[in-house]
Design a protein around this ligand. Structure first.
Ligand code: F6P
Length: 343
């Protein structure tokens, strides 16, 4: 019997509970002991853990959030010795970690000392090493549902509505959600837009008599000669900058340039709060089961990834590379352009 730790780190993503339920069920059925680490790295530093029973994880898979709690506020930088000392006190045979870039970059220093298995997680879908992360599909569905609903009020009032999606440097959520809702305009951080061309596009739609116009923009989108709009910083966080304000400023800009009345909606954490979609549930079920199998086989130093339509194993270092951004000429961009959208 092994003693396996479970940790969820970084911003929560719909599907985290599915990973926990699937992995725990496999491990507990095989007679292993499962120790849940609370609130990401904070649970190690503050020595907050709990033994997990079958009853704890029953039917968690359909709920957003994470049963263990998580944190995107504290990394391990400068506290490596303390982290290792406290981790060792847990007497774990190994740990399964579901996290994003902040979590895996924080674990880089412990590759040799901590036996771990990685599971890639982020609604932003920008983690290196995997083609898709769970939580992304659910986030796109929140954006698409919002745009579909907002069309009614935009048309009723003859308004532009700018919908701000999450995604600081990666525009995958705005792109996927914008495609799913046939948005008129999609603005991504990877494709800084030309303000003059955007105004021309909007004016052309106005001249055609279009009543409402829906724009989906990443929180990190910006004009060619501008910068992303940072709202504030979280001191000590692996990724300190928090974005905000872009949708508001774009709505004001377009209204003053075109005379077309404009409003904005920030979807924010609603994108992380919805029950996972079936697609995200399939992915987390497959990844949770695979991560547990890997722990039982002692396949440490590896991770689960999604590549070429299937869940497979890869070295955990694959998750530690630079963010996977939207290639500016990605085929999804071309699809939207063929539809007549501005992107
Ligand atoms: O990385 C996930 C993410 O949801 C980003 O899209 C967003 O910018 C950020 O986290 C928000 O962080 P917080 O939960 O600290 O506001």
């Amino acid at each position: 019997m092994n003693r396996i730790g479970l940790l969820t780190g970084g911003g929560d993503a719909p599907g985290l509970n599915g990973i926990l339920e699937a992995a725990c069920r496999v491990l507990l059925r095989s007679g292993h002991e499962v120790i849940g680490i609370r609130d990401g790295f904070e649970g190690i530093f503050n020595e907050r853990t709990r033994s997990i029973t079958a009853g704890d994880i029953e039917n968690l898979h359909s709920q957003a959030g994470t049963f263990l709690g998580t944190s995107n506020k504290s990394g391990t930088a400068g506290r490596e010795a303390e982290f290792l000392e406290k981790y060792k006190k847990l007497r774990l045979d190994g740990v399964i970690v579901a996290g994003g870039d902040g979590t895996f970059s924080g674990l880089k220093a412990f590759e040799k000392d901590v036996r771990m298995i990685g599971v890639p997680k982020t609604i932003d879908n920008d983690l290196s090493g995997t083609e898709i992360t769970f939580g992304y599909d659910t986030a796109c569905s929140v954006v698409a549902d919002a745009v579909d609903a907002l069309r009614a009020t935009a048309d009723a009032h003859r308004r532009i509505i700018v919908v701000e999606a999450m995604g600081r440097t990666a525009g995958w959520i705005a792109l996927g959600g914008g495609m799913a809702s046939y948005a008129d305009v999609v603005l991504l951080p990877e494709r800084p837009y030309d303000q003059i061309k955007l105004v021309e596009f909007v004016k052309a739609r106005q001249a055609e008599g279009q009543r409402g116009l829906l724009i989906v923009a990443s929180e990190g989108a910006h004009a060619k000669d501008g910068n992303a709009s940072v709202a504030f910083n979280v001191a000590g966080a692996p990724q300190a900058e928090r974005y905000g304000g872009f949708a508001w400023s774009l709505a004001r800009f377009l209204e003053s340039e075109t005379g077309w009345e404009a409003r904005h909606v920030v979807l924010g954490h609603l994108q992380r709060a919805r029950q996972p979609t079936p697609t995200d549930r399939f992915l987390t079920l497959a990844m949770g089961v695979e991560a547990a199998r890997m722990a039982m086989e002692g396949a440490w130093g590896q991770c689960t990834v999604y590549r070429s339509g299937t869940v497979m194993r890869a070295p955990i270092t694959d998750l530690m590379g630079p963010a996977r951004l939207v290639p500016p000429e990605h085929r999804w961009v071309k699809i939207l352009q063929s539809l007549g959208s501005f992107v």
